[in-house]
Each structure stands twice: as C-alpha cells, then as structure tokens.
Design a protein around this ligand. Sequence first.
Ligand SMILES: [Mg+2]
Length: 241
Amino acid sequence: MHHNFLFDLDQTLLDFHASEYIGLKQVITANGCEFSDEVYHYFKARNKELWLELEKGTISRPELFETRFRLVFGKCGADTSGMDLLKINDDFITEMSKNGVLMDGSLEFLGKLKENVEGARIHIVSNGATRNAVGRIRSTGMDRYLDEIFISESIGRTKPSADFFEFVMDKTGDPKDSYIVIGDSLTSDMLGAKNASLKSVWFMPQGDVAKAVKEYDIDYCASSYGELYDVLCGWGRSRIV
Ligand SMILES: [Mg+2]
C-alpha cells in the first residue's frame, strides 16, 4: 500500500527567498555594482509590482524580466543602455537554480519519513519555472528522497486547479485516498487540496488559523517538521485498518 505525500516546494521544504538573494547578489556584483540588503528589498518590491502587472496582462514576461533588472541596476547607479538585461535575467535564474537552500531540518525530515513509513512516496507539487525548481532541488541533494517532481510549467496546469492534482494522480496511479497535500500557502496548496477533494496539512499556519481551517477544509496543521512527521505518520496509520 502506498501513502502519497504531495509536498509544496517553496517555504515548505526549500527557502526560495534565500536562493533569490544569492542569485541577485551574484548578478549585481558580476556586473560591477555593489550589492546590499537595500538593493535586495528594492528588487523584491519592484518585482512584486511587475508580477501584478503581468497578471493583469499589461506587460509580457520578457518585459517583466527586462524591467526588473533595468530598475535594480538603475537603483545601483549603473548605465543600463548597453546591458543585455534578458541575458542578466537568465544568469540570475541559473545562479538561483545552482543554489537551492534547504529550510532548517527539511532534509532530515524527508529522510525520516521515507525510511520509517512503509510505502511512502514523496512527490513535489510546485507552481513555477522548471529549471529553477528542479535545479534548486538537485543542488541540495533532496532528490534522493523524491519519487516524482511535478512543476506547473512542465505539466501545463497550475495549483490550485483540481486539474493539476488530477494530472498528478493520473501519473502516479494510486487510489484517491492515498494522497495528502502538504504546503504553506492557503490560496494554492490548501485551496488546491480542497478543489481536488484531497486531505491537507497546512504547514506553518499563521494569522486567523481557525477561520482559515474552516474556509479551506484543512484536515491538519503543523508548526514544525517534528509535528508534521507525527501528523503524517498518524494519517498513514489511520489508513491501515
Ligand atoms: Mg509554498
């Protein structure tokens, strides 16, 4: 009997922001500018605004990639007129993908789960760019514990759509009650589990937890890898009757 654990990636197992920080530092200094936390926060703020523009359809992806680096190099006082900003964006993604950063204790947790839960199958379910996600996973050695990796860019479906999870179940071929979704995001992970009628664990809950649990039909919460391990073992045992 399989127990299929569907793990979100970023801020559940890997620290996306830490890799982004490393990637940005590399490309800023490689292009002769000085990097600081102020530069990083400026980049984050402009990037967020640009992603909202992209979602509204007012800019394209290449425009977003160019503009975020035009702005951040402008902030550093560089003359961006001769810069190949799309190439810099590509270098940034490459640097990120080489520099995955584990959340504290996540690798040990996955190892323990894989070793101690008979029939455990560990899959990644993540929204994002494939090269970036898979590169970061491999750079940490986490892939040794993984069975399958599902990234929205590759499979053409995005969390929280039920379609995303139906694709995953189709590919892995087990009964529906053998799947449980684990993630930090209410709007992609917990809503996705609800949409696909799957069990869910909200990792690192915050804010009005009781309200969110009700709204998203969340089955379990866990505030540490220790708690998460106990929740997942308990769920596994409950299926063997
Ligand atoms: Mg996440």
